[in-house]
Design a protein. Sequence first.
Length: 225
Amino acid sequence: MFEDFFGFRTKPFGKTPDPAFLFESAQHREALARLEYAVEEKDLALLVGDIGSGKTMLSRALMDRIGDARPVVLLINPRLTPTQLLRSIASGLGMSPSRFRNELLDQIHTKLFELYEAKREPVLIIDEAQLVPSKATFDEIRLLTNFQLDDQNLLSVLLIGQGSTARTTRRSASASAFATASALSRSRRPSHTSSIAFAWPAARATRSRARRWSASTPSAEASRA
């Protein structure tokens, strides 16, 4: 009914983040550019922002830009122990994860090297990173940068969360590991109005896009760890 009345092909203000409706303000363009740079350099990067500032939307826009060039592992519920984290990564990379940490690390390293040889180094995106439950899990995330060759990492790691994420990384002594950091704030009225004006004509456009990311959540086995 709403679409028919206004002549839209889709709703302009959906409940889920749709990159087709991303309004790139100056701060969003900069944040997205920093995330793309982190992926290109295979770095560990942090994006923080207020609720509703567009963090998740930016992550989906980034995944659309990556396309099929690299595998993307998306963790949307990072309330994980260190071992659960590794299992989720292994599952996201298409493996059957081992129960034991040392074997998990070997599995992941072998897979990352295979992807490196295929020139398809993967990207790990941890959304809602403020939910990471412990210093031990944050340290495990930082240690993912140990998957490397002499001159480069084998994995890009992007953490996206609310402002408390930055404070947690500082307390866990992980802040120095982040090569790139960016912050978003909620839009002031002029920018917010511009984003609404952008969304309406975008809703009239024909869009045919396939989702190219995989969302990983802990398996039932992992949740018992």
